[in-house]
Write a protein that binds this ligand. Structure first.
Ligand code: NAD
Ligand code: MG
Length: 393
């Protein structure tokens, strides 16, 4: 039986993964080693019962008694806290889903790679914050890293059997998010609720706001560079409001391979779950005649400064990705708390990167997880300071 673990099982990606695992036979087809979740303890326990998991881990230690109570009478062991998440990742499994949101997903993901597992990576922050370290760890332990972001799954599939040296350009598509068609001058006043109204994808709250600000696309450009090992000047973003073309790869002979499908993350999750095979998935078939037309346009960097910042980060490389991701996470916290405006998020991130580049070497390659986490911490402090210095609205 294939041994699986799901980190971030109670989130949007985690729920879709659970759905596919249950449809593929659940506890009769998979041995579930570990399931982890943040706040929704009742749901985590329900999943652990359904899959007869060896271990259930809650992110927060305060939730351990509730988790134990919810799993009373089962054989599932309970644990909690960041160290327990890493311990769960050290348990041998054949396939591990990394779907925690944010930099908190990095340590368990790295630990899973050290076991030589196949890691299905939804947590893009892992590659943004520590790309070279993650790819080197995977290589050293003969682990397999499968992209689960829809764009990267699309690129991965378009590159099957191809030589990366023959690639001229990778085009990462972006829906443009909830505020895509707003007049530029209104964006500064956008509220959390408005930024959450994503036109195409149902996702977790944080990535939905990041889609509206294009910080999500900025992370994905960096993720593309790290995962596929392609020069930053060969990566571009394009606005594609219908979210049907999930990304494209152009080769030097002029051929462009695109991946199309309905916007449903179970395409990418299912691809990673069944790889290297293809299995039937419960996704709606693509009906192009009904959709009629697909449209594209170049992104406006005045509207989405995150894209420009991503280029700066890729040019510096080293620890710049860790700083960028942490500053972005902190700016997003502040926006969600109503303490800064929508367009202030990019200002905070830019000011943080400027400040850090003056006080330390962002271009230095991280030697280990500790280096990355140290930069992550410092960037969060600097982001708070930058936010406090923003001119009053
Ligand atoms: P989500 O917020 O719906 O779920 C996140 C999961 O992580 C939950 O189980 C939550 O309880 C857990 N969690 C949150 N904070 C944690 C912490 N500090 N420590 C441990 N666990 C914690 O998020 P999501 O939308 O499912 O996204 C998960 C990851 O996948 C993100 O990195 C996101 O960028 C990426 N991703 C998501 C989508 C999507 O469609 N939702 C698409 C592509 C990539
Ligand atoms: Mg994506």
């Amino acid at each position: 039986m294939r041994r699986i673990s799901v980190f971030g099982a109670t989130g949007s990606i985690g729920e879709s993964t659970f759905d596919l695992v249950m449809r593929a036979g659940g506890a009769a087809a998979f041995h579930t080693v570990a399931l982890t979740g943040g706040r929704n303890i009742a749901r985590l326990a329900e999943m652990a019962r359904a899959l007869d998991a060896d271990l259930a881990v809650s992110a927060d230690e305060a939730d351990l008694p509730a988790l134990r109570a919810a799993l009373a009478g089962t054989r599932t062991e309970c644990a909690a806290g960041p160290a327990a998440l890493v311990e769960a990742a050290s348990r041998p499994a054949d396939w591990v889903m990394s779907a925690i949101v944010g930099a908190a997903g990095l340590a368990p993901g790295l630990k899973a790679l050290e076991q030589g597992t196949t890691l299905a990576l939804a947590n893009k922050e892992t590659l943004v914050a520590a790309g070279p370290l993650v790819m080197a760890t995977a290589a050293a332990h003969r682990a397999t890293l499968l992209p689960v972001d829809s764009e990267h799954s699309a690129i991965f599939q378009a590159l099957k059997g191809e030589d990366i040296a023959a690639v001229k350009k990778i085009t990462v598509t972006a829906s443009g998010g909830a505020l895509r068609d707003w007049p530029l001058e209104r964006l500064a006043s956008a509220t959390v609720e408005q930024a959450l109204a994503h036109p195409n994808w149902a996702m977790g709250k944080r990535i939905t706001i990041d889609s509206a600000s294009m910080f999500n696309k900025a992370l994905e450009l960096i993720e593309t560079r790290e995962y596929f090992g392609i020069a930053p000047d060969r990566i571009e973003a394009i606005i594609h409001p219908e979210s049907i073309v999930h990304s494209m790869v152009a080769f030097r002979d002029g051929a462009v391979m695109a991946h199309l499908g309905t916007p449903d993350m179970r395409h990418a999750i299912g691809h990673a779950l069944n790889w290297p095979d293809r299995a039937a998935l419960p996704v709606a078939p693509l009906d192009l005649a009904r959709i009629g037309q697909l449209t594209f346009r170049a992104p406006d960097e005045a509207r989405w400064p995150a894209l420009r910042l991503a280029r700066d980060v890729m040019a510096v490389h080293g620890l710049a990705g860790a700083a960028f991701n942490a500053a972005k996470e902190r700016a997003l916290d502040l926006f969600l708390d109503g303490r800064i405006g929508f367009m202030d998020m990019a200002r905070v991130v830019e000011a943080t990167l400027d400040r850090l580049s003056g006080e330390c070497s962002l271009a230095r390659d991280p030697q280990g997880l500790a280096d990355v986490m140290q930069m992550d911490n410092l960037a969060r402090i600097r982001a708070d300071e930058a936010a406090a210095r923003l001119p009053a609205a």
